[in-house]
Design a protein around this ligand. Sequence first.
Ligand SMILES: C[S@@+](CC[C@H](N)C(=O)[O-])C[C@H]1O[C@@H](n2cnc3c(N)ncnc32)[C@H](O)[C@@H]1O
Length: 274
Amino acid sequence: MSNDAFESREIDATRPSAARMYHYYLTGEAIFDVDRVFGERIFQIAPNTGVTAHHNREFLQRATKFLVGQGIRQFLDIGSGLPTAGNTHEVATTLEPTTRVVYVDSDLEAVTRAHEMLAEQNAHDRVAIIEADLRKPDAILDHADTRRLLDFDAPIGLLIVSVWPFIPDAESPLELMGRLRDALPSGSYVVMSHVTLSEAAPEVIEQAVNFRELYQQTSDPVTMRDRDGFTAFFDGFELVEPGIVYAPDWRPEGPVDEQDPGRPCNFAAVGYKK
Ligand SMILES: C[S@@+](CC[C@H](N)C(=O)[O-])C[C@H]1O[C@@H](n2cnc3c(N)ncnc32)[C@H](O)[C@@H]1O
């Protein structure tokens, strides 16, 4: 969709959303008052949340750089979130200016803000944001902007970073992943991360249980998955070294604090489609 065709609609200001809360953890900016109230409650019960969010975002950025280094020149970033510093297209085009990116999010604030950013950057000729749902992969794959910007005969970098937690098992996330995997040409990569409890310290697990309960009040309740549950999303892909690790441990660019209690709360990996 070009920016001209985008019509803003009313956003639910009474209930926090995953996109707005993640933005609050990363930037401290509350879009609505309810976001600040909710975010501060989360920080009280799970003080590592902000650090974990930053680890997650930095993993996305390192993986994007890695993919550009592997020759990827087109990205499909599903569940892209509200734009913040170092968005996928900014990281990728700094290295390779011709890179094309299609962002997808189901959150209206995320979509609206991304439209504003792309208009300001005059980037709509090589970057698009579409309002669509991961639970409807064909609507993403067949969208006019996806077809305009992505060539499905050349390798694609698919990013689904910290989004599967918002798709419960009842919605068959592995089948959704299979549909996306099958659409990718050989030579493509997938980048994913997933919040987890299974390997955290007991006190962190207790915090995270409360975190999950609080998220039931948002528009996006959270499902945690263990290592096997996360690994299953890579069916049909070869894992790139170092395989499935905690987000800060994926090809770090500096020292990793192994004592950081937020570290074991988020799995991350990159897969390659032969
Ligand atoms: C935790 S944020 C992650 C943002 C970004 N991928 C990152 O890792 O920095 C999760 C994002 O997924 C989006 N999301 C959740 N469920 C979705 C769905 N079913 N379809 C598309 N986007 C979804 C949320 O709106 C939010 O922007």
